[in-house]
Design a protein around this ligand. Structure first.
Ligand SMILES: [Zn+2]
Length: 396
């Protein structure tokens, strides 16, 4: 549904008052600012919910865009307004010349790229575990500084629909190899392999993994698809089950039955645990919002490293801005975006003891949201890599 942007807060308030179960959840998908007189938010609601709110007063300025979001997306071609791209350029991989870094690729193509780089002497590519549906979760280890035992951790695609995180992670891998960046890296470009595949085949805006937990309110045969899957960034053992997650499998923020219940989270956390004392910098890639964040996510309180974190984030912010003139916000996640429990970033910080644990929400601010057009991949990836390089310069 499309509603006037100024009515969004009203909608949130009305819906939050009415919500008795996560079946009524709504999500803001993206914001359209192309109309000079007004901007519109696109919101995903269930049909039942649309019926329920039809009579509210702010509904006048809104309209139902489609009853079938996926087929609507399939028939629309999104292209950036040229003025929003800034610094556009295309690039083939230097390492694997047939691979275009300026496009989104399905899982099979990403794996083809990773297989190609695995023959290089400083690179090893290995499965860290198997997803619920049986796919390998691949990590890339690059040792460009054999005399050091320190590592930089980067991960992408915890949330399936955040395609820009995959493209950015691949660009970073390609750059580290081709420019022989003298550090050691551990990179998992796609944690949520099942979800990512699902966004290519079935639902472009899918977020969780694909493991079904029976929701007690539905017979299995009648269970809506949204009741499948766990939000992998609510499943870590840090304030598990607290604010900003849901215990209902039908929620898109479902935290799972127990910490580390999901094979994808288990695999990643076991690998991280193995490298516990060697990770000096950790960056989780997400989208969207243009935000570089530090702990905590699970509370609005600041950590004891607040001023150190902000120092690092300011360096990142400046380096990002210098690249294409695009401004990213900085701050503790719980204070800057929303409070969420069971986050990977918080777990790495509090349980692994990695002081420099950050999360980046990539482009944009919501004009395209998760559907960021491919012509913004290169500028986004480059500014993000420049931000990470600034953090490396400060910390190593
Ligand atoms: Zn995310």
């Amino acid at each position: 549904m499309q509603i006037r942007h100024e009515d969004l807060n009203l909608l949130n308030r009305d819906l939050n008052n009415e919500i008795t179960s996560p079946e009524d959840e709504h999500e803001v998908l993206w914001v359209d600012t192309s109309d000079k007189n007004a901007s519109f938010a696109f919101v995903r609601l269930t049909d039942a919910h649309v019926r329920k709110i039809r009579s509210t007063r702010w509904f006048e300025g809104s309209s139902v865009v489609t009853h079938n979001l996926q087929s609507w997306l399939d028939s629309s071609e999104l292209q950036s307004d040229a003025s929003t791209i800034r610094g556009v350029r295309s690039r083939q991989s230097v390492v694997v010349p047939s691979f275009a870094l300026d496009r989104y690729h399905p899982l099979s193509q990403v794996n083809r790229y990773l297989t190609s780089i695995s023959s290089l002497s400083s690179v090893s590519v290995f499965d860290i575990g198997i997803s619920h549906e049986g796919r390998g979760i691949k990590a890339v280890q690059i040792r460009n500084n054999p005399t050091s035992s320190d590592y930089i951790w980067i991960d992408g695609c915890t949330h399936a629909r955040e395609w820009i995180t995959v493209a950015t992670a691949l660009f970073i891998i390609d750059t580290i190899i081709s420019e022989n960046v003298k550090q050691n890296f551990l990179i998992v470009p796609i944690i949520n392999v099942d979800g990512y595949e699902y966004t290519w085949n079935t639902d472009r805006l899918w977020r969780k993994n694909r493991r079904p937990y029976t929701a007690s309110t539905f017979a299995v045969s009648e269970m809506p698809d949204r009741c499948n899957g766990v939000d992998l960034n609510r499943n870590y053992d840090v304030n598990f089950g607290g604010e900003g997650g849901s215990a209902n499998p039908c929620s898109f923020l479902y935290e799972g039955p127990t910490p580390f219940s999901e094979p994808e989270v288990k695999a990643v956390s076991e690998l991280l645990w193995k490298f516990k004392n060697r990770i000096k910098l950790s960056i989780s890639l997400h989208s969207f919002n243009q935000l570089w964040a530090c702990p905590y996510a699970y509370t609005k309180s600041s950590s004891i490293h607040y001023s150190h974190h902000m120092d690092v984030l300011r360096d990142i912010q400046n380096a990002v801005y210098k690249t294409n003139g695009v401004k990213y916000q900085i701050g503790p996640l719980g204070q800057s975006l929303y409070v969420g429990s069971g986050f990977m970033m918080d777990w790495i910080y509090t349980k692994l003891g990695v002081t420099n644990s950050y999360l980046c929400e990539l482009r944009d601010k919501g004009v395209y949201g998760f559907l960021l057009p491919a012509d913004q991949i290169m500028p986004t990836a480059l500014e993000t890599w420049n931000g990470i390089s600034a953090a490396i310069r400060k910390l190593f």
